[in-house]
Design a protein around this ligand. Structure first.
Ligand code: COI
Length: 357
């Protein structure tokens, strides 16, 4: 398929890197492609960034049949652009699509489309340490119909947003809040899919956490309300003694690409990494007997985010001295060094953007 390109007539001013924050600025162009059962995925095009006009009955607006991804492009010191594990994001997008009854995308073609878009927008990749261009591929259901079924037609789009740190705390430790009242996902549900509804389901409890002075909710499993699943927008790791533990993928947890990178990196450092069920009681016991050394989250937006405090059933614990632990600090810097091209890439995670003809 040939990608048609229509350039914007006027270009936007670029924000200062220091004022980027997360997710509020968008570049000049976006990628769009449509699906219908006769033509399959068709009409791939790069066009000026702009609103998507839709009928008020459009299915995504009513039933949330929507999936998305988050990945980043980084500028190296020499001005080259690196993409981090994009094939893994596209594979996960198709997995989410499968769970939401959506037609699969050709991952190789979408990678080519993304590289073409990035080549046009490369000046938007910010260069200051800790900044990047966040990439949001999304598929939405577009049938104008309000009966409940999966849509026959879809729009796939990619938008780009120059970003700084996700949390206002930056790399300072965040405070997390554990609830036994609300759950994010249940066994047999769509917790593993990166679908809009999972994030909508997290909002109410997150607001309660924030009112109580905490940044994010740590979700427990939706069946026994006992085992840790994930935290807000991140997967979660616990260093207990010399074992690094992260909840096993049980189909209600998002299969994080940063999570997988943390596992691979720490294994290569001979750290004993274990994917298993871990209960909130085990975490509190480990804290009680002095074995809970570090807690940190991992995610594309959040990168590595140390956790300083956890509150569960009214009891708050402080992890270590409440500061950034050495393992989280090493992971943060080693991962970023790979992403920004400052270190070797032993796992072949980087896809460099090569200039296009
Ligand atoms: C990401 O980390 O890329 C996400 O999609 C999380 C989102 C809440 C920003």
């Amino acid at each position: 398929m040939k990608i048609t390109i229509k350039k914007a007539e006027t270009l936007k001013n670029h924000p200062e890197d220091s004022g980027l924050g997360f997710g509020t600025f968008f570049t000049d162009h976006m990628f769009n492609m449509d699906y219908d059962p006769e033509k399959g995925w068709h009409n791939p095009r790069i066009e000026p960034y702009g609103p998507i006009e839709m009928d008020p009955s459009t299915m995504v607006l009513h039933y949330g049949q929507a999936i998305f991804e988050g990945l980043k492009a980084y500028k190296t010191e020499s001005g080259k652009i690196n993409l981090f594990r994009p094939q893994d994001n596209l594979k996960r997008l198709n997995n989410s699509g499968h769970m939401l009854c959506m037609p699969a995308l050709d991952e190789e073609f979408v990678l080519e489309a993304l590289l073409t878009l990035l080549d046009i927008e490369k000046d938007w990749v910010p260069g200051t340490a800790g900044t990047s261009l966040y990439i949001r591929p999304t598929i939405i259901a577009t049938d104008p119909y309000i009966g409940l079924r999966s849509s026959n037609t879809y729009r796939f789009f990619i938008i780009l947003s120059p970003v700084g740190a996700y949390y206002p705390e930056g790399f300072d430790p965040v405070k997390i809040w554990v609830t036994t009242e609300y759950v994010r996902a249940v066994r047999g549900g769509v917790g593993e899919a990166k679908t809009a509804g999972n994030y909508a389901a997290s909002l109410f409890a997150t607001e309660l956490a924030q009112k109580d002075g905490y940044t994010q909710v740590m979700w427990l499993d939706g069946v026994e309300l006992k085992y840790v699943e994930e935290v807000g927008s991140m997967n979660i790791f616990f260093l207990i003694g010399d074992e690094l533990i992260t909840p096993e993928l049980n189909r209600s947890i998002l299969s994080g690409i940063t999570r997988d990178s943390v596992i691979k990196l720490t294994k290569s450092w001979d750290i004993n990494v274990v994917e298993r069920k871990i209960s909130i009681d085990e975490i509190y016991d480990a804290h009680g007997n002095g074995k809970l050394k570090e807690v940190f989250g991992s995610g594309t937006a959040a990168v590595i985010s140390p956790v300083g405090n956890i509150k569960f059933k009214g009891k708050e614990i402080t992890i270590g001295d409440g500061g950034v632990g050495p393992l989280a600090a090493k992971l943060f810097s080693d991962l970023m060094d790979i992403q920004y091209g400052k270190a070797d890439d032993p796992f072949n995670w980087i896809i460099p953007l090569s200039p296009m003809k």
